[in-house]
Unconditional design. Structure first.
Length: 135
């Protein structure tokens, strides 16, 4: 399996200012033993609104709440697990990020940045789970 490091989520200038980050929504492909970005997932992170990029990239600032929509069975190789990564190849996971999903899944991302969601959850206006992350 892939080696994973853990990073902290804090600013660097010591003045408490907010920094823009690019992180990645990913799935794990155990056949190739690699993390793969999940593109085209609609998200909202503070003032950033859009779709994850071709490698699953999304932008946010420290302190943002990020919401990912329509998390269904098409976004993950591992039925109900996705990952938050600090880099596009998944070697650095985002550990310790609290999250809650409409389906009832909630918790904190593990050392790999993994979180659980319900791909069969159906909300009245959209298919798939909706999960909030508290950065």
């Amino acid at each position: 399996s892939a080696a994973v490091a853990v990073i902290g989520l804090s600013g660097c200038d010591g003045e408490g200012s907010s920094y823009e980050h690019t992180y990645y929504l990913q799935t794990y492909d155990d056949h190739y033993d690699e993390y793969v970005g999940v593109p085209d997932v609609y998200y909202e992170c503070g003032s950033y609104v859009g779709y994850t990029g071709s490698h699953g990239g999304f932008r946010m600032n420290d302190g943002d709440v990020c919401t990912f929509y329509d998390l269904d069975d098409r976004v993950s190789y591992e039925y109900h697990i996705l990952y938050l990564g600090a880099n596009s190849n998944g070697i650095v996971g985002l550990a310790g990020v609290d999250y809650s999903c409409d389906s009832g899944y909630r918790g904190t991302t593990d050392r790999d940045g993994a979180f659980a969601f319900d791909p069969e959850y159906i909300y009245p206006n959209y298919p798939g789970d909706r999960c909030n992350f508290y950065f």
